[in-house]
Ligand binder design. Structure first.
Ligand code: V47
Length: 354
């Protein structure tokens, strides 16, 4: 173990086996290693943005067992927003200072490709200064299959319609055996990687998530990180890694054991150590709770996402995020935990130190 610790301290890259072994370290030694990396990269800054999540439809042709958002017998309230509704939300949010809209939908076969794409050009025409982060690799795969296009063609349409960056959703856990159980039939791991690669090749940025704390094992998490690190070596297109803690309510995945805070913090710390080529690590307060997100700042995380305003995917599964977080409260949380809140834009340009 001492050799691995030495390697991390010398900022040498750790292997899959070494990363897995790091889980055996006590939490505080591991945290210190990750915190040193975080401090070297970002000092005491904690980044956030003023953003708004919009989830325009919950009608989905896929059946992911962990999902409580899509309309099903556990959530029998199907909806699809009109473009007018979405534009009104963007306009009102912008008035309140929102600079990014994060738009993610279910895979709705009745909506049409035009419904998915045209809303972005309408947003850009009305509010050119609002950053549009939209369409996960899972949605892109759905649109390509449903409407018989290549990924490259869908990505062309996104660029033409004004999508600025891609969110990291749909990655779940790359290991194929776990994926088969939790989200059979959805975008495969290789497809997810291929889509992000194509997006990066256009000079665009994206994020990468990992859904953990369900039926996966530590080895699957490390494997997930390794596959992302390999792609990032080639493209350099990921801005942020976002570990999403599994939420248990209203879904069809029968998980009995939930992660301890210690295991969540260890996973944050190991991801900071392994993903030496991804600049930011996001503690997504929606799924970790704000308390643990604040603690995560000392375990490698330098980004707390944002104010969000409204969130429907994770809150459907039990997260306390339905109404976002007031800006003042958010900023004070960061300050009171000893860090400097730095408002950023979607591409991590610093806008204001609060
Ligand atoms: O892909 C679904 C996850 C994701 C559950 O890119 C669940 O900046 C926990 O990707 N428990 C969507 N998670 C959210 C997402 C995201 C969030 C914040 C920032 C960014 C970014 C991306 O939510 C899905 C899925 O992995 N999810 N159900 C659940 N029960």
């Amino acid at each position: 173990m001492q050799t691995i610790i030495q390697k991390v301290e010398n900022q040498e890259r750790v292997s899959y086996e070494e990363a897995l072994k790091l889980y055996e370290l006590d939490l505080f030694t591991l945290g210190k290693l990750a915190n040193n990396i975080r401090k070297e990269m970002w000092g005491g800054k904690s980044f956030f943005n003023i953003n708004r999540h919009i989830n325009p439809t919950n009608i989905c042709k896929d059946i992911c067992k962990f999902c409580a958002f899509s309309a099903s017998r556990k959530n029998p309230n199907p909806y699809t927003m009109s473009h007018e509704e979405i534009l009104n939300i963007v306009g009102e949010s912008r008035e309140r200072g929102v600079k990014e809209v994060h738009i993610v939908s279910a895979h709705n076969p009745d909506a049409g490709l035009k419904w998915y794409m045209d809303v972005f050009s309408k947003i850009k025409a009305a509010y050119p200064d609002v950053h549009v982060k939209a369409l996960t690799a899972a949605e892109i795969n759905f649109l390509a299959e449903e409407y018989h296009h290549s990924y490259a063609e869908i990505i062309d349409m996104m660029v033409e319609s004004g999508v600025d960056s891609m969110p990291g959703g749909g990655a779940e856990i790359f290991d194929e055996t776990v994926r088969h159980v939790i989200c059979k039939g959805k975008v495969t791991s290789d497809q997810w990687i291929e889509i992000h690669k194509l997006w990066h090749e256009r000079g665009r940025k994206s994020n990468a998530t990992m859904l953990f704390g369900h039926i996966e094992e530590r080895a699957h998490r490390v494997d997930h990180m390794m596959r992302l690190r390999d792609l990032q070596d080639i493209t350099g297109g990921f801005n942020t890694f976002i570990p999403l803690v599994y939420q248990r309510d209203n879904n069809f995945l029968n998980v009995k054991n939930f992660l301890s805070s210690q295991e969540i913090l260890k996973t944050m710390a190991i991801s900071r150590i392994v993903l030496d080529n991804i600049p930011h690590l996001k503690a997504y307060w929606v799924t970790s709770t704000i308390n643990l997100a604040l603690v995560s700042q000392e375990f490698g995380a330098d980004d707390l996402d944002g104010t969000i305003e409204r969130e429907m995917i994770n809150s459907a599964a039990g997260a306390n995020s339905g109404n976002g977080m007031p800006l003042k409260e958010f900023v004070n949380f960061i300050k009171n935990s000893g860090f400097t809140p730095v408002e950023r834009d979607s591409l991590y340009h610093e806008l204001k130190v609060w």
